[in-house]
Ligand binder design. Structure first.
Ligand code: FES
Length: 203
């Protein structure tokens, strides 16, 4: 059994935090809540712990919605971006620390995700939901103009621990504590609506 949780395309005021983000437990302990799990898939607990790849059916993800699955004990997000969200990405380059994902590509961005949307298909972002600063799990802040983030906030992710912000491609904004963009895990499409996370056939 494994887990999938679903985020609606709203501001995540609950500041959900993946409980493995223990390095930040002190900073977010008061607001951390368990993510509700609503589905399951195949690999055994033992296989998962050993790092088995995880097959994910993405057919049910609505535009603007994000699901979270577990791979190697980490939360992995699959976000289905809307056409408007995709169109916004190139406009943000000047505000981002590493818009083209040149930093530490071996660790954070496989070659097939070294592009504006950091993904194989522009519509779907697949990213490890762990901040590259100290390991908290950022919250979804998809709504543009979020009052807490400013009228010009275009939608993205907010790490509640020390305030790093990321766009909807997991690219970190300039002058934030997080040094790198969010990690894109190895993955590939098995079919139009099926992704394998943890194996891109290149290892
Ligand atoms: S863990 Fe410090 S900003 Fe994310």
């Amino acid at each position: 059994m494994s887990e999938i949780s679903v985020d609606t395309p709203k501001i995540d005021n609950s500041k959900r935090t993946w409980l493995i983000a223990s390095t930040c437990a002190g900073a977010v302990g008061g607001v951390a809540v368990a993510v509700p799990f609503v589905s399951s898939f195949q690999p055994s607990e033992r296989a998962k712990a050993a790092g088995a790849a995880v097959e994910v059916d993405i057919a049910g993800i609505a535009p603007g919605e994000k699901i979270t699955v577990e791979w190697r004990g980490k939360p992995v997000w699959v976000l289905r971006r809307t056409p408007e969200q995709i169109a916004e990405l190139p406009k943000l380059d000047g505000q981002l620390a590493d818009p083209q994902s040149h930093r530490n590509p071996a660790e954070f961005t496989p070659s097939y995700a070294q592009n504006e949307h950091r993904s194989i298909k522009p519509e779907y972002l697949v990213a490890v939901g762990i901040c590259t600063h100290l390991g908290c799990s950022p919250s979804s802040a998809f709504e543009a103009g979020n009052p807490a983030l400013g009228a010009d906030w275009p939608g993205g992710f907010l790490c509640p621990c020390h305030g790093s912000t990321f766009d909807l491609a997991g690219r970190v904004y300039k002058n934030k504590p997080a040094p790198d963009n969010l990690e894109i895990p190895p993955h590939k499409y098995l079919a139009d609506t099926k992704i394998l996370i943890g194996d891109d056939g290149k290892a």
